[in-house]
Design a protein around this ligand. Structure first.
Ligand code: BES
Ligand code: MN
Ligand code: ZN
Length: 459
């Protein structure tokens, strides 16, 4: 369990009273007169995220109240660790099991810091939460660790998070959970028929790779995760402008997220056979870079005309998905920072997902709601696949005009997943543009808490 949690109260435990706007007057009435007066003096109105610190007669922190506003945001509790000083806190009053579980998880999620490159300052000890009754602290910790792993990997800049370092991170995770990791690097990708991973990554001095991790009972149902691992996306010869390139260290966000999800799955010991496939490449510029107009062969055998070297993610994913689908897993999920168009459609906070399977889509939406990990289904609108036609190859990697770019990218991927019984593709941003209460700007886990909930229900 993370040190953010303790299992029981003692004499120094500080109460936290959750108060919503409707309950404010009732709560004030139930408090000692001095505390109620202090709340009024401090203009505590139970606004969402508002924190009231109530001193004792000798000026120490005696109790706190936490404003829930109208009470609609189950992750609001992320704001607390930052707002409170060091100490041990316990949530007062009755909560449903769901509310308590989300509160504890949110507490952990809000405690994240990324300090690798900062001069060490004497940081205050992190506040600790007494686990609310009935909450599985190990599970909350596991989820938070998975999220933190994803964030750390994304936040680490490309000079320190190249193909080698991303492999090392996968190896460390595999080692921790007793998983097997197989790596193909450089020319070996050609010998083992991953031509598009090789083509995208070959212009970098840091050669491309395919990471292949397996874990669990070989006879259990198969779940395969595929994550886009572009350690930096310059756009290639179709070079991105400065604005577009600035954040492209995060283009391995899909890989980071599937590793975070793998941590949750393996840590929980779910009864499934896990495979994680991560195609890793740096989309760089050099004399030997792949070019617009080149035609690549793919693992599947389809020839792909390169309309744009900046649509590199779908190329490396296609080869990995072909391999993943060939085993006919029960579930095949891919996560990728695939298109700017997904952001145009839904903004940075809501990843679209695509699946031909209506039942899976419904389950995913329910899980997404239950754990407050937003997702929204977009259609695999087959008529748009016509835009991917090429005059001289089997398929083009982009469409002309670029309308519905997130959908056409998903339709491109779909050409390579034949065989998978149930496939879903998640086009994630993997980044918080702005800091919010309990949310740091920077790398972010997206879709994996919902997926973990789905897999936990099923296995
Ligand atoms: N990694 C980018 C997509 C991206 C850009 C995600 C910005 C999040 C924020 C991807 O490789 C890319 O460059 N996609 C192009 C595709 C286009 C050339 C068809 C895009 O979205 O502009
Ligand atoms: Mn790109
Ligand atoms: Zn990219």
């Amino acid at each position: 369990m993370l040190p953010l949690f303790v299992s029981g109260r003692d004499a120094r435990t500080i109460p936290v009273w959750p108060v919503d706007t409707a309950g404010l007057e009732g709560w004030l009435a139930a408090q000692p007169a001095t505390a109620a007066a202090w709340a009024r003096t401090s203009q505590f109105r139970a606004q969402a995220g508002q924190v009231l610190k109530i001193p004792s007669a000798n000026g120490e922190l005696a109790a706190t109240a936490f404003g829930l506003g109208e009470g609609g945001d189950p992750l609001l509790w992320r704001a607390l660790p930052e707002a409170l000083g060091p100490g041990t806190y316990a949530i007062e009053g009755r909560m449903t099991e769901d509310t308590a579980r989300m509160a504890a998880l949110a507490w952990a999620l809000g405690s994240y810091r990324y300090e690798r490159y900062k001069k060490p300052v004497k940081a205050d000890a992190q506040p600790q939460l007494v686990l609310p009754d009935g909450v599985d602290g190990d599970d909350a910790s596991r989820i938070a660790e998975g999220v933190f792993l994803a964030r750390d990997l994304i936040n680490t800049p490309a000079n320190d998070m190249g193909p080698q370092e991303l492999s090392d991170a996968a190896a460390a995770l595999a080692q921790r959970h007793g998983a097997a990791l197989h790596i193909l690097a450089g020319e070996a990708l050609l010998h083992h028929n991953y031509p598009m991973i090789h083509a995208v990554g070959k212009a970098s001095v840091r050669p491309p790779r395919l990471l292949d991790m397996r874990w669990g009972d070989v006879n259990a149902p198969r779940v395969t995760l595929v994550g886009k691992g572009v350690v930096f996306d310059s756009g290639g010869l179709d070079l991105k402008p400065s604005d577009g390139m600035r954040l492209m260290k995060k283009d391995m966000g899909g890989a980071a997220n599937v590793l975070g999800l793998a941590h949750m799955i393996m840590g929980a010991g779910l009864k499934l056979r896990l495979r994680v496939l991560i195609p890793v490449a740096e989309n760089a510029v050099a004399g030997n870079a792949f070019r617009p107009g080149d035609i690549l062969n793919s693992r599947k055998g389809l020839t792909v005309e390169i309309g744009n070297t900046d649509a590199e993610g779908r190329l490396i994913l296609a080869d990995a998905l072909t391999e993943g689908a060939s085993e006919q897993p029960e579930y095949l999920f891919d996560l990728a920072t695939l298109t700017g168009a997904a952001r145009t459609a839904l903004g940075a906070e809501i990843p679209p997902f695509f699946t031909p399977d209506d039942a899976l889509a419904a389950q995913l939406s329910l899980c997404s709601q239950r754990v407050a990990d937003p997702l929204w289904r977009l259609p695999l609108w087959q008529p748009y696949a016509r835009g991917l036609e090429s005059g001289i190859a089997d398929v083009n990697n982009v469409t002309e005009g670029g309308m519905a770019g997130a959908i056409t990218a998903a339709l491109f991927l779909q050409k390579f997943v034949e065989g998978a019984r149930v496939w879903a593709h998640f086009d994630i941003y993997a980044w918080n543009a702005k800091a919010g209460p309990g949310q740091k700007a920077g790398g972010e886990a997206m879709a994996i808490r919902a997926l973990y909930a789905l897999l936990r229900d099923r296995f």
